[in-house]
Design a binder for this molecule. Structure first.
Ligand code: PLP
Length: 506
């Protein structure tokens, strides 16, 4: 052997490695910064309005690939400063946009230690402790929302992926032919159709599109004035499709819609699905965890009857991104839809190997943050935090009646929608020209709010009305913040209205 040629590898040095000393120094400094940030988050603007050009310049985005490494201490200092001074902070007590949670501190630490162990949670053999922790987390999530705890489940990257898993499990189970083998071109199969209300999140279009059904395989069911699925319309469409030779396979009920938090009549959908041999899926990505709080919504309790449920721990379990969770009543339906046994894997098939239950092969340890947070606060802790979020959104809805230039629109779970509506335009609000102006006014108002850095909201369309929307999945928000919100908006609205009115209405 030519030992000489390889001699340097006896004392191999890798540029990515770090001494224990350096790791500690960098690590402690990062933890110090993180803790300083979290404890003074109220002093930060919720969002910083910098334009794209400025950001690219700050980050030197056009620089080419570095050939040599740099002093990583300096790099960390620079990039943490840039992030802390230029980000949108969903951890901020006044962040109420979209559905992004304030992340629990224990989740931050959990993610860090998950990366330390770095298990591949695709197979039991590669991650025995982590697999057990994921399995227990899934079981606790099911228990928390009163779903059967002997269900199958898996953690994924978020709500979309959780819904995809359930969609594929449903399709495999409900097709009259072996869809995994023969695909969608089978001449034995009828066209498979899914039913969902128009309030359903866009995951469904993505699923129908990506998994080859095509978006025309979705039947959009009408909603009533409360944005809930109209059961008569569902029944009519299913009846007509069956008589036209199609194969309805699933109904999607939403347990907290993305726009207004509306909850479909889940018990009735369940009964209908049972009578008609349809798979009943609930998208509880936003609202599912509210089922943990007794008395919040009778409709929502119907999710316990579903064949599958998607929930999103990175929403109302306040876990840092990313983590979603798919639950399937019969655990076999996951392996039926996803399992293979390649010869290059020497895994014990009697153990849980998560690569057989979902789309990913190698998988990270998302479960640690979920498990730790549940351990930290238990069911009672979650019930309290979720209920407090809901109470704050309700408080705002009630308080809005005290503002003559704000019109409240909807309140479900922790979402409240409303808009700026000048008192003198109330009587003419439905005239076409005025309605258009009000939409424009509220759009501009939203943009100003974002720029202000004081609060952060998002948008919802309620019929033709451009509404402002707050969604509180934020355990840092307090009553003081809710009291401040309408005052800020009403004042900003007055300013924008006086600038825009003559330009639009003459
Ligand atoms: C009801 C609903 N379903 C699905 C999703 C998608 O979740 P994610 O963004 O985690 O993929 C969302 C996101 O807001 C949602 O509100």
């Amino acid at each position: 052997m030519e030992n000489e040629k390889y001699k340097d590898l006896f004392n191999r040095t890798a540029p990515l490695d770090m001494s224990a000393e350096q790791f500690k120094k960098l690590g402690y400094s990062l933890v110090d910064k993180a803790s300083e940030f979290l404890s003074s988050i109220r002093d930060y603007p919720v969002a910083v309005a910098k334009d794209v050009k400025e950001l690219k310049k700050m980050l030197d985005s056009s620089a080419s690939l570095p050939a040599e490494g740099a002093d990583i201490g300096e790099v960390l200092n620079l990039v943490t400063g840039q992030l802390l001074n230029n980000s949108l902070f969903n951890a901020h007590p006044r962040f109420w946009g979209y559905i992004s949670a304030s992340a629990a501190p224990i989740g931050i630490l959990g993610d860090m230690f998950a990366a330390v162990i770095n298990p591949n949670v695709g197979a039991y053999k590669l991650s025995p402790v982590a697999t057990e922790i994921e399995t227990q987390s899934v079981k606790w999530i099911a228990e928390l929302i009163s779903y059967p705890s002997d269900c199958g489940g898996i953690l994924v990257s978020g709500g979309n992926m959780a819904n995809f898993i359930c969609y594929l499990a449903a399709r495999t189970e409900m097709a009259d032919w072996n869809i995994r083998q023969e695909g969608l071109v089978s001449d034995k199969g009828k066209r498979l159709l899914a039913y969902a209300s128009g309030e359903t999140h866009t995951w469904l279009q993505k699923a129908a599109d990506l998994f080859g059904q095509g978006t025309n395989s979705i039947r959009w069911v009408e909603t009533d004035d409360n944005q809930q699925m109209d059961m008569n319309n569902l029944k009519k469409q299913v009846r007509e499709d069956i008589s036209s030779g199609f194969k309805p396979f699933m109904v999607v009920g939403t347990g907290g819609s993305v726009s207004t938090g509306a909850i479909d009549p889940l018990h009735e959908i369940s009964d209908f699905c049972k009578e008609n041999n349809l798979w009943f899926h609930v998208d509880g990505a936003y609202g599912g965890f509210a089922a943990a709080v007794p008395g919040i919504s009778k409709d929502l309790t119907g999710l316990s009857k579903a064949d599958s449920v998607a929930v999103d721990p990175h929403k109302w379990l306040y876990n840092p991104l990313e983590v979603g969770c798919a639950l399937v009543r019969d655990p076999n339906h996951l392996t039926d839809a996803f399992s293979y046994h390649p010869s290059y894997y020497n895994f014990d098939e009697d153990q849980i190997n998560y690569f057989e239950r979902g789309m990913q092969n190698s998988r990270g340890f998302k479960a640690l943050k979920v498990w730790l947070a549940i351990k930290q606060v238990g069911k009672k802790g979650y019930q309290k935090m979720i209920q407090d979020d809901i109470r704050l959104a309700e408080y705002l809805f009630l308080d809005l009646t005290n503002y003559p230039n704000l019109q409240r629109l909807t309140n479900n779970l922790s979402i409240t929608t409303f808009r700026y509506l000048p008192d003198d335009l109330k009587d003419s609000q439905s005239e076409e020209k005025i309605a258009k102006y009000l939409n424009e006014l509220n759009q501009q108002l939203l943009e100003e709010i974002e720029k202000s850095g004081e609060i952060f909201l998002s948008v919802a369309m309620i019929g033709d009305i451009h509404a402002l929307r707050i969604c509180i999945v934020n355990f840092r928000t307090s009553l003081e913040d809710m009291i401040a919100l309408p005052k800020i908006i009403s004042q900003m609205g007055d300013g924008i209205d006086s600038e825009l009115r003559t330009k639009f209405l003459g």
